[in-house]
Each structure stands twice: as structure tokens, then as C-alpha cells.
Design a protein around this ligand. Structure first.
Ligand code: C2E
Ligand code: MG
Ligand code: MG
Length: 615
């Protein structure tokens, strides 16, 4: 800050302004850091109390936020509640019980950015008493709303009247939103989150927690310049066991496999169950590829040992794909894909073996696709299919998602999953993506002329496209050229975009244009809630992997439900993808999911058929 004493008189106002700006900035930084910490905590939390304690103690480290109190309200009315309070440097205070005035509850519910209270009145503001006892005369309070209900109040006390400050108001409401997430999660079931992160059958971390841990491992290896390995393990013929001795015995086998996997690795290594009979292991601090092979062989041997189920010995084998980091990739997605690819090669080569990811083999495959992609673009072999999305509230057609198809003369229609990765590696995705945008907008304008346009058309966009400074302008030009209102176009981005600094500007510009942003494959990454809140995303599209065994598998159901309620708590709309059964649809309807898309409702359709449907 600028020292006062050495400053000529006339510069004083300037110095004050600089100091004030510096103060605000450090407040912003501290608040953001604290929000990030709380998010990480929310991801790992199993119970409400530790989250409350942490929010209390961390918020007091944000400048001007102290003391801090949280009043939790029971659902009865008039609402009795209990207040926890904390101030930096003082012991945690005992919890006190209070009553909340219905009038105050009503005015709080209407005050998103919080309200200030100048004097603590005995009856009306009893929840502020602990803060007054800590020396506060003025208070800023924010509502914590879950569903339509005031679930808690967050309060900060001041010795003097606080200045009216919109940033401070916003920080407060952001903290209140975190509390809402913590409460809505824990209110239903304290163990919900644990269930969402651990596989109840084997007790291993599940996909979600695994992704998070793996990200930490990779970051750690990059920092400490050590090497790690990711093993993708798939049981061969597990289905046979399931079919011959039943699901209960199959489950028992999975538990045994999980125990054996744990026994094959060191303390500090991670073993997780991704789904069904797929497991994954992260080894840290590996010297070289050979030492990884040794562990893989140990795993294969140990799984080969027969398992006695229902009085009969069963033999299973494992196929393993291995990828090293940082050698074979730095991002979680890359490593996962590579280890997965290697695992399939191990299966192709006869199962019960372990294979390393082989860059040369991958490149060869990319090469052939590459030249094909150039040709496809030149010879107009691409087309768009459109998959309908329906509102679960009223059954109306909510929108269409444009999906790219490649009509090859040799192997028929190819799906984007087969060629988009190659197009991304070569950068050709930028040209292909421009074609998609143009074609989608052109089609939308035709439908508009015919008076049959859907409410919304979504287009998938790759992170490579968003890195290009041109992209937002391209979108604006396409909208202008075809006279399309920005709000009818939706751009689907993936979680990796949110983590990519270079794309942040493009995302903002798209939002400024009025284009809707949807987060595709929602839940598969580890995007912090913080990112989600900050970025102008309107819609989360739950990845179909989360619905696969819903509603039969209760852990999956809980996970899907958690994702829906987290998105709603953040004020996002939710689209469920990959709805394949009536039961899934009913489940989603019951959980108040907003929209659904999937083969059960409608497959992606060529232009002519969608036009008919729209008619
Ligand atoms: P996505 O955006 O998550 O699209 C949904 C995918 O799930 C589509 O596969 C769709 O056909 C499929 N799907 C829909 N309903 C169901 C269902 O009930 N069950 C199952 N098993 N699958 C269902 P598709 O068309 O093969 O696209 C795959 C991915 O390729 C897309 O995933 C998207 O990430 C990418 N993609 C598609 N078109 C484009 C594009 O124009 N540009 C870019 N950059 N990526 C695209
Ligand atoms: Mg999509
Ligand atoms: Mg998706």
C-alpha cells in the first residue's frame, strides 16, 4: 500500500484510492481462494458438521469477514434454529438455540445479495446475539436457500457500519450458495456424498473420486518431476460368472478382486472401481516402464488364482492397459484414453495380459484417418444428424442437438468418437467445426422460414475451436448471416474447456453474444463447483455413463441424483443424456431433471426425418 506519511498533501486522495483498490483486490483474492478450498472440501465431505466448521473458520480469514455466524433453521415454522459462530483467533463458540421471526425470513428470502442490519433487536434478531457478544454492532446477513426454503442464514458482524459494497455482497452470496450445497446434500442423507464417491460394494473410490485423485497425482508428478503410471484393468469373462452363478456371487467376486488389487500395490497408490468389472490403479513414483510391468504381472497372477463361489471354483483373468505420466500424457483424459486403448489391444492379443500404450501404433491410426478427414471435408462427406431433447416437465420438444456424421464410401457412416480425436490432434477440427456451425445455422434458418424451427439447436464445440480467437466472431457472423436470434443457438463445451485458460475469453464472448452455453459430459471431469459458478453456463448435460445402471444400482442412482441437485443448487438447468429405458426416464422425472435425450425417446435423425418430426 502507499504510505501516508511521505505523501504530499494533494496526492492523498489518489493514495487513498489506490489503497482502497488494493484492499478490494486482496479481499477478492482471499474470497476466491476460500471459495476454492470450500469447493474441494464439499467434494470430499461426508458430513455436515465439518463443512460448517470449515466454512466458519475459513470465512473468518477473508478480510472484513469477522466474526461470522451461521444459523441453521429447522424445517418447522416459526423456525427454531441453532447458531454456530466463529471469530479469528478465538475458540469456537458454543452452539446456541434461537427462534427466527417469520417476517425476517420472508425479507431474507427476497434478498439474494443479503441485507444489512444496524442493531440487534432482542426478539427479532436473536440469531445475531453470538456475534454481538463478540463485539459487533452492525451485521450483514445472507439467506441460504435450498429448494424454496430458507435453510440457514450466514451472518458477518462489524464493529462499525459497513460501506455499501456490491463485491462484498456477492462474496457473501457465493459463500451462502456453498452452504446451500452442503445443506441440500446433507439434509437428505449424511452419507450421500460418501456414497457418491465410494463404491459401496468394494469400498474403493469410484470414478468421480478417482478422477479427482488422479488429477492430484499428475499435478504432483509434474511438480516433483517423478513418474507415475495409470493401469486400466478389465476382467475377462466376468459376464460369464455373473450369468452362471448370479449377481450376488458376481458381486462377491468383485469384492475379492478389489482386495487382491489393493494387496498388489503399495500404500499411497490408488485403486478405484470405475464401473462393472473395470478397475484402475495409479502407481506413484515408478522408476521406469519395467517396474510398472512387474506390478501388472503381479496383478494378473493374483487375479488368476481361482475364486470359490457357491462351492465352485471360478477362473477369471484380467487384461491391463498401461500408460505412464508424464511420458504418455499430462491430462487425465489423455492418460485414461491411452490406457484404455492399450487395454483393448491386450484383449485383442488374447487376454490375460498387460500392454503399454504405444504412440507409434496410435499415430499410424491417426495418419490414415487424417488424410481421410481432409478428403471428407473437401468432398463434402460430412453431414449433420439431429437428436431431439424433450422437456420432462411438459413433454414438449426442448431442442435438437446437431451431431456430426461422416459418410465414407468405404466403411459407411462413421461416428464422431472415431474421428474427432484425430481431428483434434491435427487441428483439422477447427475447419470441421466451422463447417458444423455453418451447416447447423443454415438448417435452422430453413426451419425458421418454414415456421417449424425448434426452440433451440445445440452444436458441439471442441476446446481447439475455442482456443482460436476467431471463434466468437465466427458465431456472430453465422447468426447475422442467417438471421438467427442468439438465444436459439446453444454451444456445448466440455469440462476441459473450463480448465483451459486460453478458452476462457471465448467462453465469455459467446455468453455476451447471448448464445446459451451447455456443459457436455457433465460430471465426468472434476470441474470444481467454483468454475461452474463463475462461468456463464446455463445447462449441465449429465453424461450417459452416470445413467447406465440407474435406477437398479442404488449407488449410481445416488450419484445421478447428487449431480442433478448440485447443478440445480448452482442454478443450472439439467439435461440427461443417454436415456435408454422407461425406468431411467421415470427416475429422471422423479428427480426433477429438466430435459432428457436418448435412444429411448429418439435417436439422432437425418435432416429429412427431423423436418418431418418438426412438422
Ligand atoms: P455428445 O455430445 O455427448 O453426444 C451424445 C452422443 O450420445 C451421440 O453420439 C449420440 O448419438 C449418443 N447417444 C444419444 N442417445 C444415446 C443413448 O440413449 N444411448 C447411447 N449409448 N448413446 C446415445 P455421437 O453422435 O456418436 O457423438 C459422439 C460425440 O462426438 C458427441 O458426444 C460429441 O462429443 C462429439 N461430437 C459430435 N458431433 C460433433 C461436432 O460437430 N463437433 C465436435 N467437436 N464434436 C462432436
Ligand atoms: Mg453434445
Ligand atoms: Mg454428452
Amino acid at each position: 500500500s502507499v504510505p501516508r506519511a511521505t505523501m504530499p498533501e494533494e496526492f492523498q486522495p489518489l493514495a487513498d484510492a489506490v489503497n482502497a483498490a488494493g484492499q478490494r483486490l486482496s479481499e477478492d483474492v482471499a474470497a476466491l481462494e476460500t471459495l476454492g478450498e470450500i469447493d474441494r472440501l464439499l467434494l470430499g465431505a461426508t458430513e455436515l458438521e465439518p463443512v460448517l466448521d470449515a466454512i466458519l473458520s475459513r470465512v473468518t480469514t477473508v478480510p472484513r469477514c469477522q466474526p461470522v455466524g451461521i444459523a441453521l433453521l429447522a424445517s418447522a415454522s416459526p423456525a427454531p434454529g441453532r447458531v454456530s459462530a466463529a471469530a479469528e483467533g478465538s475458540e469456537p463458540l458454543p452452539v446456541t438455540r434461537v427462534e427466527l421471526d417469520p417476517e425476517l425470513i420472508a425479507s431474507l428470502l427476497a434478498a439474494d445479495e443479503g441485507i444489512t442490519i444496524a442493531r440487534c433487536e432482542e426478539g427479532r434478531h436473536s440469531f445475531l446475539r453470538p456475534l454481538r457478544d463478540l463485539g459487533s454492532e452492525f451485521f450483514w446477513v445472507w439467506p441460504v436457500v435450498t429448494g424454496q426454503r430458507l435453510a440457514a442464514v450466514l451472518a458477518v458482524g462489524f464493529p462499525e457500519a459497513p460501506a455499501d459494497d456490491p463485491r462484498f455482497a456477492r462474496h457473501g452470496s457465493e459463500f451462502a450458495a456453498r452452504l446451500a450445497i452442503a445443506l441440500s446434500k446433507t439434509a437428505r442423507d449424511e452419507h450421500l456424498y460418501r456414497q457418491a464417491h465410494y463404491d459401496p460394494l468394494t469400498g474403493l473410490p469410484n470414478r468421480l473420486l478417482f478422477r479427482d485423485r488422479r488429477a492430484q497425482e499428475i499435478a504432483h508428478s509434474a511438480e516433483s518431476k517423478t513418474r507415475g503410471a495409470l493401469l486400466y484393468i478389465d476382467l475377462d469373462d466376468f459376464k460369464k460368472v455373473n450369468d452362471s452363478v448370479g449377481h450376488a456371487a458376481g458381486d462377491q467376486l468383485l469384492v475379492i478382486v478389489a482386495q487382491r488389487l489393493r494387496a498388489c500395490v503399495k500404500e499411497g497408490d490408488t485403486v478405484a472401481r470405475l464401473a462393472g468389472d473395470e478397475f484402475t490403479v495409479i502407481l506413484r513414483n515408478v522408476a521406469d516402464a519395467d517396474s510398472v510391468s512387474v506390478v501388472a504381472e503381479r496383478i494378473i497372477e493374483s487375479i488368476r488364482t481361482p475364486v470359490n463361489l457357491a462351492g465352485r471354483d471360478h477362473y477369471v483373468q484380467a487384461s491391463i492397459g498401461m500408460a505412464l505420466f508424464p511420458d504418455n500424457g499430462l491430462t487425465i483424459e489423455d492418460l485414461m484414453r491411452r490406457a484404455d486403448g492399450a487395454m483393448y489391444r491386450a484383449k485383442d492379443l488374447g487376454r490375460g495380459r498387460a500392454m503399454f500404450f504405444d504412440r507409434n501404433l496410435m499415430l499410424k491410426r491417426f495418419d490414415t484417418t487424417q488424410s481421410g478427414l481432409y478428403r471428407a471435408l473437401r468432398q463434402r462427406e460430412f453431414s449433420l444428424f439431429y437428436q431431439p431433447q424433450y422437456s420432462l416437465r411438459d413433454g414438449s420438444l426442448g431442442g435438437l442437438e446437431a451431431l456430426l456424421r461422416w459418410q465414407t464410401s468405404r466403411d459407411g457412416t462413421r461416428s464422431p468418437d472415431e474421428f474427432i480425436p484425430a481431428a483434434e490432434v491435427s487441428g483439422l477440427i477447427v475447419d470441421i467445426g466451422s463447417w458444423v456451425l455453418e451447416a447447423a445455422c443454415a438448417q435452422l434458418s430453413v426451419w425458421r422460414e418454414q415456421g417449424i424451427a425448434p426452440r433451440r439447436l445445440s452444436v458441439n464445440v471442441s476446446v481447439q475451436q475455442l482456443k482460436h480467437a476467431e471463434f466468437p466472431r465466427l458465431v456472430r457472423r453465422a447468426l447475422e448471416k442467417y438471421g438467427i436470434p442468439a438465444a436459439t443457438l446453444e454451444v456445448e463445451i466440455t469440462e476441459s474447456v473450463l480448465l483451459d485458460e486460453a478458452s476462457a475469453g471465448a467462453v465469455r464472448q459467446l455468453a455476451e453474444l447471448g448464445v446459451r452455453l451447455a456443459l457436455d459430459d457433465f460430471g465426468t471431469g472434476y470441474s470444481s463447483l467454483n468454475y461452474l459458478r463463475q462461468r456463464p453456463i446455463s445447462v449441465g448435460k449429465i453424461d450417459r455413463s452416470f445413467l447406465e445402471d440407474v435406477p437398479d444400482n442404488s449407488a449410481s442412482a445416488t450419484l445421478a441424483e447428487t449431480i442433478i441437485s448440485m447443478a440445480h443448487a448452482l442454478g443450472k438447468e439439467v439435461v440427461a443424456e443417454g436415456v435408454e429405458t422407461a425406468a431411467q426416464l421415470q427416475f429422471l422425472r422423479d428427480r426433477k431433471c429438466d430435459n432428457a435425450q436418448g435412444f429411448y425417446i429418439a435417436e439422432p435423425l437425418p435432416e429429412a426425418q427431423v423436418s418431418e418430426l418438426l412438422q
